[in-house]
Design a protein around this ligand. Sequence first.
Ligand code: 3PG
Length: 225
Amino acid sequence: MTTSLTTSAHSAVLERFAAMRVLPVIVIDDPDDALPLARALIDGGLPCAEVTLRTPRAVEALRRIVGELPDMLVGAGTVLTPAQAAEARGAGARFIVAPGFNAGMVEFCQSVNLPVFPGVCTPTEIEMALGAGLSVLKFFPAEPIGGLPFLKAVAAPYTTVSFMPTGGIGPSNLASYLAFPRVVACGGSWMAPNDWIAAGQFDRIRDTTRAAVAIANSVAAGGRA
Ligand code: 3PG
C-alpha cells in the first residue's frame, strides 16, 4: 500500500513537471512577496514553484502560497535534512528537491509518500539514487559540471533514469536541454531572481516566465531532438 501511494503521488507531480517542462526556483526573503510572486508565475503560464529553504521565512512563504493558491504545484528546495522535509510537508509542500543525495532525507520523504527529487551529477550518485528506488533526479549544478554534453554522457548507461537539470539554465540554453529526451523538465531561478522579487518586479517575472513557456512550447512543436 505504501508503495502504490508513493507511486501515485510521485506520478501526479511528475506528470505536471512533464507538462510544464520548467520549474521556477525561488529564493524569497519576505513572505509578503509570496502571493504576488506566485500570481506572476501563474499569469506567465507556470503554476509551479520550488521554494528554496535558504531564507529564514521560506517555509512561511510556501505556506501562504499553498493556502491561497491550492491549484499551484509548490514544493520545497534546498532540503538538506529530514526535519526540513517534515517542516516543508507541514506547510503543504507537494514535493521535495535537494542539491545532493541525502539518504536519510530521501528515506523520510519516501516513508511519508512525499515525492523527492535529490540532486546528482556523478555515476556513483545516480547509482545511490537508483538503489533508493528513485529514477527521476535533479541534475545539479548542470552548467558548471559540464552542461548538456556531460549530462548526455552520464545518462547513457542509466537508461531508466530521467533528469531535471538545474544550475545555470536560462533562455539561451533551455531549448537544448528540453530537446534531450531524458530531460523531464528544467529548473532555474532566471524567471524570478531574488532581486526582482525584492524589488517587486512582478510584471517582469510574469513576462520572463511567459518567454520560458514559449521556449518550451517551441521545443514541443519542433519535436525532440
Ligand atoms: C538551485 O537551487 O536549484 C539552483 O541554485 C538554481 O540554479 P540557477 O540559479 O543557476 O538557476
